[in-house]
Ligand binder design. Structure first.
Ligand code: FAD
Ligand code: NA7
Length: 593
């Protein structure tokens, strides 16, 4: 990804100038456009890319953002007009003047309309209302191909973090049941898991959260519109509810927080027979033998908890596990899961899905091939869970009527401080380019944006050192750089990695596997051994990682870790005693206290 400063340069220029021309001094077409503006008395700002050291990078960024690499590249009030021909055409057909006409000063129904009542949208809308603004939030869930829908609250609450963590907990309890015998509990030999009981309990909890969100909006006087929203222009929103009732209203500012939805591959049978995480947590029957397709965290987490419930689960991996995460940790997760019963089909992609038998669950046949071999194989399963990535919900909200730019590669919206290229339109959460697809990040960005827009705060959302946890059976917590990224960024000679295997005390009496748990920190030697990467694979990694995130926010160094006294006996204490570097090649198996 190009440096943020180039993106900022481009967006700042677009946002702060009514007419912006990215130009080159040697380009006759650029001169033609500037001459036209002069003749028309239109004040413009131009940036001469051939005179700038980072001119080429700006041109690349313009290409990424507008799909146009050539100059002149003209923007009016944030809207992308295009090159010389498009600008002259816009002048001829009157669109230039239309774009330049000032927005109405009043007559708005709302100060802020938020599209998307998920993690980010709800946080922003409640905060803006608290600051005395007239706010509406539009939230609408389009049904999955299987017909699944849900209530207010977005992905996290309904089909993400919350049900996933509860199902992860169900699997952990299964493990604990096995341990319990060694701790003296006379647990019956055959303890069965009941999917319906779990699914109903999870859905009941979600239902109560949906209700709470509605109450909170009402209490804070935020208007909730349960309709699908689209722009008709940059200040006007049209919503359509499930009874096809249309509402139109005007807002001074509009915040986009529409999130992402699962992607389907273009193969026969997929939408008829496969499900996604959007369907899994409310599935009306036990999924049975399951194939999860994709190797990132959604796939691995679902495969992990389904295995933990005693189901026969296979993960189909196209290339590597957990792209974007530290690869040593990713491989260790795979090894652990494989050892604990999850099967892996590596270097494979699905080609088609057929139904062999109807039923709840049905019997499905998934055809697949190896990535380096055209021969087709098949596997019979009851459930296929597609988890091959998620698409930003930005293509069907009328953005073309506003001039808001999206990155054509992933549909995400480039922003500077959450403001898009169109000054009255903002974006947060999963659809924001360069952010993190995590609930707390969306919430923080939404809350802080409202405080900046309507309060007296100037605090920006800090996207650096955001902690995260993958809730695989053995949890993986991470903050900051992966070892690969740290090496690329700081240089191999400047980083030192300290690491250790450890055995949770709870595992000893339970006779659990001793080799799986591991921690490492990555230090930047050129910056006083500052800790730039933190990684832990072990029980409760989420709980452990959160605390170290505070330490890293304070700029913790290796010395800070070393001079901190551990809490014994815990897993987390391993980070206070880590003295073996990876480079030394010494044994790092922990041998008790
Ligand atoms: P969302 O929460 O997705 O909300 C967007 C809302 O906008 C949705 O309700 C959508 O229906 C609505 N909408 C879209 N278009 C329109 C429209 N045109 N009109 C009206 N409404 C519209 N994050 C974590 O931090 N921890 C986790 O453990 C975690 N686990 C996850 C597990 C899974 C299986 C998944 C899929 C995600 C998980 N995430 C997790 C990610 C987290 O859910 C997202 O990062 C977060 O929900 C993003 O918030 P958002 O506000 O951007 O969008
Ligand atoms: P990710 O993080 O986008 O990962 C997608 C995974 O699916 C990754 O392992 C891909 O393999 C694999 N993939 C992609 N296309 C295919 C096809 N056609 N066939 C087989 N495998 C494929 O997706 P997730 O769903 O796990 O999570 C996305 C977001 O959801 C996350 O950031 C949160 O917001 C929640 P690759 O490595 O490219 O070979």
């Amino acid at each position: 990804m190009p440096p943020v400063s180039v993106r900022e340069t481009v967006l700042n220029n677009i946002q702060s100038n009514d007419v912006m021309v990215f130009s080159k001094t040697t380009c006759p077409f650029c001169n033609q456009v500037k001459e036209l503006f002069k003749q028309e008395g239109i004040v413009y700002k131009s940036l001469e890319l051939d005179k700038l050291d980072n001119g080429l990078q700006i041109q690349d960024m313009l290409f990424e953002m507008s799909g146009q690499k050539t100059v002149p590249n003209v923007f009016i009030r944030g809207s992308h007009v295009g090159g010389c021909d498009s600008t002259i055409q816009a002048h001829t057909d009157g669109r230039l003047r239309q774009l330049l006409s000032p927005p109405p000063a009043e007559g708005y129904d709302y100060d802020l309309v938020v599209i998307g009542g998920g993690s980010g949208g709800l946080a922003a809308s409640k905060e803006a209302a608290k600051l005395g603004k007239r706010v509406a939030v539009c939230d609408f869930v389009k049904a999955t191909p299987k017909g699944t829908t849900w209530g207010l609250g977005g992905t996290c609450v309904n089909v993400g973090c919350i049900p996933k963590k509860l199902m992860h907990q169900a699997a952990l309890l299964g493990e604990a049941l096995k341990d319990s015998k060694n701790y003296g509990w006379e647990t019956p030999e055959k303890v069965q898991h009941n999917w319906d009981t779990l699914k109903n309990a999870v859905q009941d909890h979600i239902g109560s959260l949906n209700w709470n969100y509605r109450v909170q909006l009402r209490d804070k006087s935020v208007t909730y519109i349960n309709g699908y929203a689209e722009f008709t222009d940059r200040h006007t929103i049209k919503t359509v509810n499930k009874r096809n009732k249309v509402q139109t209203f005007k807002a001074e500012k509009i915040l986009l927080a529409t999130g992402m939805r699962p992607r389907y591959p273009d193969i026969p049978g997929v939408k008829e027979f496969a499900i996604t995480s959007d369907d899994l947590f409310s599935l009306s029957y036990c999924p049975g033998k399951t194939l999860t397709i994709g190797a990132s965290y959604v796939s691995l987490e679902c495969a992990g908890f389904l295995t933990g419930m005693g189901l026969d689960v296979t993960v189909m991996v196209r290339s590597i596990l957990l792209r974007g995460f530290d690869q040593q940790m990713a491989d260790m997760i795979g090894t652990y899961m494989e050892k604990h019963g999850t099967h892996f089909l590596r270097k494979c992609v699905p080609t088609r899905i057929e139904q062999i038998e109807e039923g709840t669950p049905p019997l499905l046949r998934v055809y697949y091939k190896k990535t380096d071999d055209p021969q087709e194989f098949s596997i019979d399963v009851n459930t296929v869970l597609m988890a091959i990535g998620r698409d930003a919900c930005t293509s069907e909200i009328g953005l073309e009527k506003t001039g808001v730019l999206t990155n054509p590669k992933n549909g995400k919206i480039p922003v500077v401080n959450e403001q898009t290229n169109v000054p009255n339109i903002y974006a947060i959460g999963d659809i924001m380019e360069g952010g993190h697809e995590l609930t707390p990040v969306a919430i923080e960005a939404g809350k802080l944006l409202s405080r900046r827009l309507y309060g007296d705060s100037s605090r920006q959302c800090d996207y650096i050192n955001v902690p995260t946890t993958v809730f695989t059976p053995l949890e993986y917590g991470a903050i900051g750089y992966s070892e690969e990224d740290a090496t690329d960024t700081f240089g191999e000679d400047n980083i030192e990695v300290y690491h250790a295997y450890f055995q949770p005390l709870e595992y000893t009496v339970a006779h659990r596997d001793e080799a799986g748990c591991y921690g490492k920190i990555i230090c930047n030697k050129a910056d006083g051994d500052r800790v730039v990467g933190f990684h832990i694979l072990g029980p409760n990694a989420g709980e452990i990682t959160q605390g170290y995130a505070v330490a890293m926010k304070c700029g913790a160094t290796k010395e800070h870790f070393d001079t901190t006294i551990g809490i014994h006996p815990t897993c987390s204490e391993v980070f206070t005693t880590m003295d073996v570097t990876k480079a030394s090649g010494l044994d790092v198996t922990t041998t008790g206290c």
